[in-house]
Design a protein around this ligand. Structure first.
Ligand SMILES: [Zn+2]
Length: 457
């Protein structure tokens, strides 16, 4: 399931989050009509020098000087319009002129960053970046199509003893509980040796069911309390009464937990990716779900589907945050989209072929924008897809509480084929890993071959 700011029914919860600044109370906002707007006005009214998302860092706009003259007006405009700002933005945030784009860096005081466009394609300066696009890798030997490629695997969530806290846990009767964080780790552990055999250098962003962040929920009690008060809960309760407590989101306990397992954890993972691992690609591995209701008596559904996400489709209110706006512009200028979209499309097609799953259709277009040609890929602004400074492909196959996937998860991992609900199937974990491998091999074989040919001309 998506890990950040979800508003869609791919989250197995009625709880919905969206906007990092007031993310934590947004389900309350939905119950109380108009509350979201009230929150926005609170934030705007109290905005001081820095207007940052939760646990966000002050942006270093000067870094963007390195991208002067690396993009033409038309390319910038097209990426803003079709990928990153598909929901529009306040007119004073980004002003696109013929020769320059002016981006607001801070509303109080009014400060701007000015990007100078390249005059034309041939006048473009090279894009500075630490990751390597497929076409810059050496043509690979047929048996090592991923030679030299640095891939970081990011198994979504934590699993283990944290799975209940993360609300990525359900149990049918006395069967073993389903914990998304454990399933994603299992897929990663199958995937890594396969990728290494093909020549890739593989690292794990998480390889156990322990968090990367050294913080724990208790470290965030003060911040949780502040957020609640700021969002109109003057005297927040300390603890959740029980898992069905209708006002649990308004407690310091619930808020501090989400600050720990989502915001602090993903920001630490991003630091690991950006400052230590420097991969050419991050694969975020998840399983999806439909609303399951009571986790100890969950609803199983006939619905099963697949989709993949790349970064984009920022909401107008997300762009109000200085750090999110900065991260979006940096991402755009680093041209990750040129790599992650065709890669996501190719992996999606392989996953669709192997799993037979139909594309997921989001019930609204409020937070996502369909992109690419496969019909399975959406742009969406998630914390991980935004913060990792390299191409990121975020996989969301299988509805864990579909009757089919549930039976396959319960069957565990095995070699070969076994009858599941009367059909011969691979283990769901191997099918997931195999199809990701197939997509990667297809993409990198093709990209490197094209380069080899064009290099010889
Ligand atoms: Zn997930």
């Amino acid at each position: 399931m998506t890990n950040d700011q979800s508003v869609t029914n791919d989250e197995a919860r009625t709880v919905t989050f969206r906007h990092s600044g007031f993310v934590i109370l947004s389900s309350f906002a939905i119950r109380a009509s108009g509350f979201l707007l009230a929150l926005l006005s609170i934030f705007v009214a109290t905005a001081c020098a820095d207007n940052l998302g939760i646990l966000g860092a002050r942006p270093r706009w000067s870094v963007l000087e390195n991208y002067q003259g690396t993009i033409t007006h038309d390319e910038f405009n097209q990426l803003i319009r079709d990928v990153y700002c598909t929901h529009g933005f306040a007119p004073d945030l980004i002003e696109i002129n013929d020769k320059t784009a002016r981006v607001l860096t801070n509303r109080k005081p009014q400060k701007f960053f000015t990007l100078r466009f390249a005059d034309n394609d041939s006048g473009r300066k090279p894009v500075p970046r630490l990751w390597r696009p497929a076409k810059s890798l050496l043509p690979a030997k047929p048996d090592k199509p991923l030679a030299g490629l640095k891939i970081a695997l990011d198994p979504g969530h934590l699993g283990g003893k944290w799975a209940k806290m993360e609300e990525r846990w359900f149990q049918v009767g006395s069967s073993p509980p389903v914990q998304e964080g454990d399933l994603t780790l299992r897929v990663s552990l199958l995937l890594a040796p396969r990728l290494r055999e093909l020549g890739a250098k593989v690292s794990f962003i998480r390889n156990s069911n322990e968090p990367i962040t050294a913080k724990r929920p208790d470290d965030f009690r003060g911040l949780a309390r502040k957020i609640l008060i700021k969002n109109g809960v003057p005297q927040p309760r300390a603890n959740v009464l029980d898992p069905k407590d209708p006002e649990k989101e308004q407690t310091i306990r619930w808020q501090s937990e989400i600050l720990f397992y989502r915001y602090s954890e993903i920001r630490r993972r991003a630091a690991l990716v950006n400052f230590k691992l420097h991969p050419d690609l991050v694969l975020c591995l998840h399983f999806n779900a439909e609303g399951w209701g009571d986790p100890s008596s969950p609803t199983l559904t006939d619905t099963n589907h697949l989709h993949l996400l790349v970064n984009g489709s920022y909401l107008a209110e997300e762009l109000e945050f200085d750090d999110e706006r900065f991260e979006m512009i940096r991402r755009l200028l680093s041209r990750v989209y040129d790599e992650e979209l065709p890669l996501a499309d190719t992996i999606a097609a392989a996953m669709a072929r192997e799993s037979g799953l139909p594309p997921y259709e989001y019930p609204t277009t409020n937070s996502t924008t369909k992109v690419g040609a496969s019909g399975y890929v959406y742009a969406r602004n998630l914390l991980a897809t935004r913060l990792y400074r390299c191409p990121v492909v975020y996989c969301e196959p299988y509805v864990m509480n579909s009757k089919d996937a549930f039976a396959r998860i319960q069957a565990g991992d095995y070699e070969g084929m076994r009858p599941i609900n009367g059909v011969q199937r691979k283990s769901i974990f191997r099918e997931y890993a195999d199809s990701v491998v197939d997509g990667l091999v297809e993409y990198y074989s093709k990209a490197c071959t094209v380069t080899a040919r064009s290099g010889g001309l």
